[in-house]
Design a binder for this molecule. Structure first.
Ligand code: ATP
Length: 309
């Protein structure tokens, strides 16, 4: 078991409400993606979960708050945005210093160095590391205690495509072993491949929480293409159940209802269907639609407003 339960998390900086009444659960055996536009409160939420910022609400790990855990590193591995590396302390020694007070031996240190692919530079100094190498060292630190829970803020930051694939496989594998993985990222295509569940926030508030598939299928940008010799009767039957219908290429494109609802409505009206095809929105489309009104920082350049393409 490794259940994370966050309840009513909140944080205000001055007059700015950065996190507002966020509650969610991260289940064992799954990767939960944490999405939100820049400045929406993801890092602040993760810090609150770990008791690193003072704020409202509580987060428990199998019922225990982070600050109440006996050996926190053995329960929860965390990678936050700020890298607490000493630039001239060798990578392996950095990990040994984190490991020793937690009763973790040097063998585990070498194991995690190997897992993150830094064996060749384990005597190197993080001050000379690339962004991606520093990120791998941070992931190694998070894994040191073989924790059943991982909280990772933008772990793919700075990783090259091979590194991103490696990280995806690692996190999926850790989740398959029954661990809880809570991970933020701006890489939506990557998140679509990685996550089972999503927590989506905007301006500190919950916008969506649940399986990735539900989030995508609820997007109004998804559609169903229908071909039927009875279109004249089918279109009004679909509009009667709340669908929007547009003619397209000899058939119709239907939005606002699922393919199952289209099939059921046709069956109920005794109408024939020759084609019923679902076109799901991408995670990126669903995310932009869900967060469109809650962007904290909005550029003025909009290609559709006459910008250079
Ligand atoms: N220490 C702080 N003092 C004042 N305001 C802060 C502080 N930390 C964060 N904020 C503000 O709180 C809001 C949420 O910031 P946070 O870093 O949690 O967002 P984020 O979703 O992680 O952003 P990004 O995706 O850009 O990393 C922002 O408006 C930010 O400016």
């Amino acid at each position: 078991m490794a259940l994370i339960e966050a309840r009513s998390l909140g944080k205000t900086f001055g007059a700015h409400r950065a996190v507002d009444d966020l509650s969610f659960t991260v289940r064992p055996g799954s990767v939960t993606g944490f999405l939100g536009p820049n400045g929406s409160g993801k890092s602040t939420t993760m810090r609150l979960m770990l008791g690193l910022d003072r704020g409202e609400g509580i987060t428990t790990f199998d019922g225990v708050p982070f600050t109440g855990l006996d050996h926190p590193m053995r329960h929860v591995g965390a990678l936050l945005e700020a890298k607490p590396f000493h630039p001239t302390r060798k990578a392996r020694n950095h990990l040994r210093m984190l490991a020793a007070p937690n009763g973790i031996d040097d063998r585990r240190v070498d194991e995690v160095i190997d897992m993150v692919g830094l064996t060749g530079v384990r005597g190197g100094r993080p001050g000379k590391f690339s962004l991606g190498m520093g990120q791998r060292l941070g992931i190694a630190a998070a894994l040191l205690g073989d924790p059943h829970t991982l909280i990772l803020d933008e772990p793919s930051n700075g990783l090259d495509p091979q590194g991103i694939t490696w990280l995806r496989n690692l996190l999926k594998h850790l989740a398959q072993q029954g661990r809880s993985v809570f991970v933020s990222s701006h890489l939506l295509q990557e998140m679509a491949l990685l996550a089972d569940e999503l927590v989506v926030i905007g301006r500190g508030r919950m916008l969506a929480n649940g399986p990735v598939h539900d989030f995508i299928s609820h997007s109004s940008l998804g559609s169903v293409t229908v071909r039927s010799p009875d279109l004249g009767a089918l279109a009004p039957a679909l509009e009667a159940i709340g669908a929007s219908v547009a003619a397209a290429d000899g058939g119709i494109v239907v939005r606002g209802v699922t393919a199952e609802q289209v099939g059921d409505a046709a069956h109920a009206a005794g109408l024939r269907l020759h084609q019923l095809a679902t076109h799901e929105a991408t995670l990126e489309e669903a995310f932009l639609e869900a967060t469109g009104l809650s962007e904290e920082f909005r550029g003025t350049h909009r290609p559709s407003e006459g910008g250079q393409r």
